[in-house]
Design a protein around this ligand. Structure first.
Ligand SMILES: Cc1ncc(COP(=O)(O)O)c(C=O)c1O
Length: 403
């Protein structure tokens, strides 16, 4: 009897989704380290700070108090109310607590929303550079990603006029992320208003605003798309605790949306998982109510490291960057170095460049192809001063070798 081979019998859906390049790069860096090499990683997509102590203590207390059972699918009423207040006070949004659904991370909130809104063949407009996960989620839902590009000359922001050209009958959703991963770009209120103006007459398109980096903002104010006149009904506001509160491993995010959408989101969540972790939700209540000193300290540290990285990059000829206004990433345009060679190695794309920088110069970055732009690499400044300095010194030395 021949042995059963499971590898060619997987669903088409599972087979078509590729492993993210970010994960591949992080794995390569780990493999080199395991071989004793001193790799500096600038790939990290999470705070390098620990979660503030009072939040950890609240979680421990909650466990002792017995919050170890299933939580309601959409979340504890107290947390949903606290979030309704946060959205009102900080973002000028009017959501009832019943219109807020807690999930296992913002990523699940986005997944829920996509499954709640997208039918096979529906188009979802992505504004590149974008967080790579969106594409996989849309494909899993049999939606069709339609990618619009913005380059460094646009400050990495897709102008409303370009969205107007792409918006069609099949468009069901636009995903906007501000502050942005991987560029740190922040859409201004005026830029968002221009998008709202073109969206307003559209009969069926929603907009999902991913605001996960809201608290990591270096200048100006954060605008929530749902706060723009007339946009509340068609916006899904997604946010979470991962980045601002340094709680990536806790897995807690949320979506706020008009009641019918929020109900559909909760239904999707109830189908795939259950309510988010009970004691984590109790800790989140403490995070919202508690002192924000740590959140501010982390923001200031990222800002200082951003400047450190910008100064170091300024000394390397030919690299173009747009100063990040938020988040903790820089998207460096490496176009000038592409098409060059290092010995017998041809560097055709940013992916070749990132591989070579890692293998030969022991600095790990993420190629821009992971975010819809093949000329750039993403550098994370959620890293120590030491790693930023060493990483960029190595990059400079490596790039100087290219001919
Ligand atoms: C733009 C963006 N949205 C959402 C997430 C995911 O957040 P969470 O950890 O809450 O799932 C990330 C994480 O990298 C992100 O960069």
């Amino acid at each position: 009897m021949t042995e059963f081979d499971p590898s060619d019998k997987l669903s088409e859906r599972a087979s078509r989704v590729e492993e993210a390049i970010i994960i591949q790069m992080a794995q390569k860096a780990r493999d080199l380290r395991a071989n004793g090499l001193d790799v500096v990683s600038l790939t990290i997509g999470e705070p390098d700070f620990d979660t503030p102590r009072h939040i950890c203590q609240a979680a421990k207390r909650a466990m002792d108090e017995g919050f170890t059972h299933y939580a309601p699918i959409a979340g504890f009423p107290e947390l949903r109310s606290a979030l309704a207040k946060k959205l009102k006070d900080e973002n000028g949004l009017d959501y009832d607590a019943s219109e807020i659904v807690l999930s296992n991370g913002a990523k699940q909130s986005i997944t829920n929303a996509v499954f709640a809104l997208i039918d096979p063949g529906d188009e979802v407009i992505l504004l590149a550079p974008y967080w790579v996960a969106y594409e996989g989620i849309i494909e899993m839902a049999d939606g069709v990603p339609k990618v619009l590009h913005a380059g460094i000359e646009d400050d990495f922001k897709v102008p409303a006029s370009r969205i107007a050209e792409a918006l069609g009958e099949r468009t069901k959703l636009i995903i906007l992320n501000t502050p942005n991963n991987p560029t740190g770009a922040v859409y201004t209120r005026q830029e968002m208003q221009a998008i709202a103006d073109i969206l307003a007459p559209h009969p069926r398109a929603f907009l999902l605003c991913d605001e996960i980096y809201e608290y990591i903002l270096f200048e100006g104010t954060h605008t929530s798309f749902a706060a723009l006149p007339g946009m509340r009904q068609r916006t899904i506001t997604v946010n979470g605790f991962s980045k601002g509160f340094a709680m990536t491993g806790w897995r807690l995010g949320y979506a706020a949306a008009a009641a019918p959408v929020a109900r559909a989101i909760a239904k999707v969540q109830g189908t795939f998982t259950a309510g988010a972790n009970a004691f984590v939700q109790r800790a989140a209540i403490a995070a919202l109510a508690g002192d924000r000193g740590d959140v501010e300290q982390m923001r200031l540290s990222y800002m200082r490291r951003r400047d450190l990285m910008l100064n170091a990059l300024a000394t390397i000829p030919g690299i173009k960057v747009a100063e990040p206004k938020g988040a903790f990433y820089m998207f460096a345009d490496m176009g000038i170095y592409l098409g060059k060679t290092a010995g017998n190695r041809h560097i055709a794309t940013a992916a070749d460049l990132a591989d070579w920088l890692l293998e030969k110069h022991l600095v790990a970055t993420v190629p821009g192809s992971a975010f819809g732009n093949p000329n750039c690499i993403r550098l994370s400044f959620a890293a120590s001063d030491e790693d930023i300095k060493t990483g960029l010194n190595r990059m400079a030395a490596g790039l100087a070798e290219l001919e």
